[in-house]
Design a protein. Structure first.
Length: 758
């Protein structure tokens, strides 16, 4: 019999251990991530009393796949449109928190005399709060529907995005012996270039591909296609110098904008859970008890750094974002822990060989301790605010609590500012697309044409190459739609028209914006021509101007540019359109409510709710809880502004408007007012009995409705026996006669009462 590979034995040990430990942690109502880490510690070589993993190298390879799929799933749950709609508040808070906590981490590392790279990576680890742990804590404490929890989750999403960027930056720092400011700037530009390129091309191509093959795709095929796209982008990401995790996240973000996003997310979840479990188990395998004992003081110091840093600096960061003191404290205290991204950053440092071996188990220990303390820190926020309220001057408290109402509306930006931002974004995006097309043409297409059409000729003594001419013409044709859009787009926008009509002084600057964009477009054409030709600069510039004018005047290029842009926008909005059709899109007025304490939350009606079958008028939710039902989502339909006659059904999703307290009371009542278990289930069995109408039966001369068999005895007549085999339905107008034989269905007690009264 063949020997079983060590990897299979190790996987069996890992999964069995993880299953047992996570069941215990589930029973103790602790995060499963901690269970995986503990399971990893139990099967690690550092634990002599239990069986240990043998092939650790293969396990770490599997854990790398786990990181990739974790970030792919994170991308599926992420939308760049959500970030754009968040406004400046979460962005300001996130950047401030990451900067402050990173500096604290670097400072703490220097205090213990650790190396430069250890300090830099430690700063990155301490800056990342755990999305998984905080979400679980909010859910366990019943706070997920409250307004501050939504703000915390927005900041966590932004942190996860910046963590991806931070990983790329840390890789760039680790690759150089002494990276300077220019190298850092080059890395940032490179990240931005490929991020925009992949997102634009991906959103243009991937949804269109899925739309074309939608009729051919079932669950199995969609899973394979999705994971294939994820791995392909991960490979491509590593080819251009980024991590595989970065590429996986980008592909997840692209697929998040498709109609199939939710379906893909459900299909990928088991795969993510499997490989994610292996990753977190591998994290626990690196925990060395000897190192934890040796570094007990740094561990305690880092725990205090996180608790105090997030509580104080996190609160200040949320206040800078425009939150009141009370809301900011609840947000800041909630983020006082580190989690999965800290492990990923630590894994990156180990794989690059730039951090010390002790740092990983130290960070894991800090994460475990702060995770256990997370629920207590969330609860501590309100009492801490009460203490501050008593000791700080009331005027200062009132001023800080009113910061949120004094924020300026972003819609008050000037016409010039809006127009210039739109033009800048368009110019950057189309420049990146034109650069990518030009690079592909010169790198791949030109060598191919050279092999196929290697012809040369002379005109007036000037050397011309057929491959150069063909490549130049094709490259210009491909970049033409982008260059035209760069120059002409926004020249007829509402802002442009308003500024043009407002004052003659605006017209020269407006024309200057066209000139600047035209010069940028000319540079692309000039570069293509100069790269492929041997003409002097004057001729090249003239040729570039002529080509650009022809591009602008070409109706075919214009139509092609418009079609491409409309297709892109349609792909970008496809998930929103699908959500609107199926009644899942939240109303636009959310976030515009005048009272800052009022917001919208979703609640699912349990299948065993005591409210089902009752109308809104009967439930009287407004008087009981002070809330308003704005919409009811039922199956694929949305019922907006339901009146008092609407009936609640199990499985309905209710959109409710109210304050935090009102929504909390409403949610508690919805979850608690449930139908209990049927203790007499055995007596609910339905039976079929024969009933013969006797001479003294009270049913003689009565119709089926008049007999009261249904509403008095809770039984149902299924038919009238005619002959030995025939059973015919009973007409509602037929009167029972002596000798009639009817068949009745009902519970045993009801049938017993009916038969006794026959």
């Amino acid at each position: 019999m063949a020997e079983l590979p060590a990897l299979i034995k190790d996987l069996a040990l890992i999964l069995v251990s993880a299953g047992i430990v996570t069941l215990i942690f589930k029973r103790l109502k602790q995060p499963l991530v901690l269970g995986y880490i503990v399971a990893g510690f139990l099967v690690s070589p550092h634990m002599p009393y239990t069986a240990s993993v043998v092939d650790t190298a293969s396990i770490h390879q599997w854990s790398d796949i786990g990181v990739m799929f974790l970030l792919f799933s994170l991308g599926l749950d992420f939308s760049f449109k959500k970030i754009l709609k968040m406004g400046a508040s979460p962005i300001i808070s996130t950047i401030t928190i990451i900067f402050c906590m990173s500096m604290l981490g670097v400072l703490a590392g220097h205090m213990f005399g650790w190396s430069r790279m250890d300090c830099i990576f430690l700063g990155g680890m301490l800056a990342m709060s755990s999305t998984t742990i905080i979400y679980k804590a909010f859910d366990d404490l019943g706070l997920r529907q409250q307004q501050f929890a939504g703000l915390v989750m927005s900041v966590l999403i932004l942190e996860d995005i910046l963590a991806i960027v931070m990983m790329v930056m840390l890789s760039a720092i680790a690759s150089g012996n002494n990276p300077d400011g220019s190298q850092m700037l080059e890395s940032i530009v490179k990240i931005g270039f490929f991020l925009v390129l992949w997102l634009v091309v991906g959103i243009f191509a991937v949804p269109e591909f899925l739309r074309k093959v939608r009729k051919l795709i079932n669950g199995e095929v969609l899973l394979v296609v999705s994971l294939g796209l994820c791995c392909a982008m991960a490979v491509f990401s590593t080819k251009v110098g980024f991590s595989s995790a970065f590429g996986a996240f980008i592909m997840g973000s692209i697929l998040a904008e498709t109609v199939e996003a939710e379906r893909i997310e459900k299909l990928v979840e088991p795969v993510k859970n499997l490989f994610g479990a292996i990753f977190f188990v591998s994290v626990g395998m690196l925990v060395d008890p000897a190192i934890l004992v040796s570094y007990a003081i740094p561990i305690i110091a880092l725990v205090l750094t996180i608790l105090l840093g997030q509580s104080i600096l996190g609160t200040v960061s949320f206040m800078l974002g425009g939150e009141s003191l009370r809301s900011a404290m609840r947000c800041g205290f909630s983020m006082a822990q580190i989690g999965e991204f800290s492990f990923i950053i630590a894994s990156l440092g180990l794989s690059l060989g730039v951090i010390s071996d002790f740092l990983y188990p130290v960070v894991v220990a800090v994460s475990v301790i702060t995770t256990f303390l997370t629920p207590y820190m969330i609860r501590l926020a309100t009492p801490a605010y009460g203490v501050l309220e008593k000791h700080l001057p009331s005027r200062l408290i009132q001023m800080m609590n009113q910061l949120s109402t004094s924020r300026a509306d972003s819609n008050d930006r000037s016409l010039w500012k809006r127009l210039l931002i739109q033009m800048t974004v368009n110019t950057v995006v189309y420049s990146i697309l034109a650069s990518a097309v030009t690079a592909l043409m010169l790198t791949f297409f030109h060598p191919f044409v050279t092999k196929v059409l290697d012809f040369h000729f002379y005109v007036f003594g000037i050397h011309f190459s057929v491959p150069d001419i063909v490549t130049g013409v094709v490259a210009v044709l491909f970049v033409a739609p982008f260059l035209r859009a760069m120059v002409m787009k926004k020249n007829r926008s509402e802002e442009w028209k308003a500024l043009w009509a407002e004052s003659n002084r605006n017209r020269l600057p407006l024309l200057f914006t066209i000139l600047v964009r035209a010069i940028i477009a000319l540079n692309f054409i000039f570069y293509i021509c100069s790269y492929l030709g041997h003409l002097n600069h004057a001729i090249l510039i003239t040729l570039a101007v002529i080509v650009l004018v022809l591009i602008i005047l070409s109706r075919a290029v214009k139509n092609h540019s418009i079609r491409m842009e409309r297709l892109f926008i349609n792909n970008l909005r496809s998930r929103d359109i699908e959500a609107q059709i199926h009644g899942k899109k939240r109303p636009l007025y959310e976030g515009r409510l005048l009272d800052r304490d009022i917001h919208i939350a979703d609640f699912d009606v349990p299948m065993n709710s005591m409210w089902m079958g009752s109308t809104l008028k009967q439930l009287n939710l407004g008087r009981k809880y002070g809330v308003h039902i704005s919409s009811i989502m039922r199956a694929n339909n949305r019922l907006n502004i339901p009146d008092g006659d609407y009936i609640i059904f199990p499985g309905d999703k209710l959109q409710v408007i109210g304050s935090d307290e009102q929504l909390s009371n409403f949610g508690t009542a919805l979850k608690s007012e449930l139908l209990g278990e049927d203790t007499e289930m055995e007596q609910r069995e339905m039976k079929l009995r024969q009933l013969i109408i006797g001479s003294e039966s009270p049913f003689i001369g009565k119709t089926l409705m008049e007999s009261g068999i249904r509403h008095l005895y809770s039984c149902m007549v299924v038919g009238l026996e005619e002959g030995e085999e025939n059973l015919s339905p009973v007409s509602p107008n037929r009167k029972f006669q002596e000798g009639d034989i009817i068949w009745v269905v009902g519970e045993e007690e009801a049938l017993y009462a009916l038969l006794n009264d026959k």
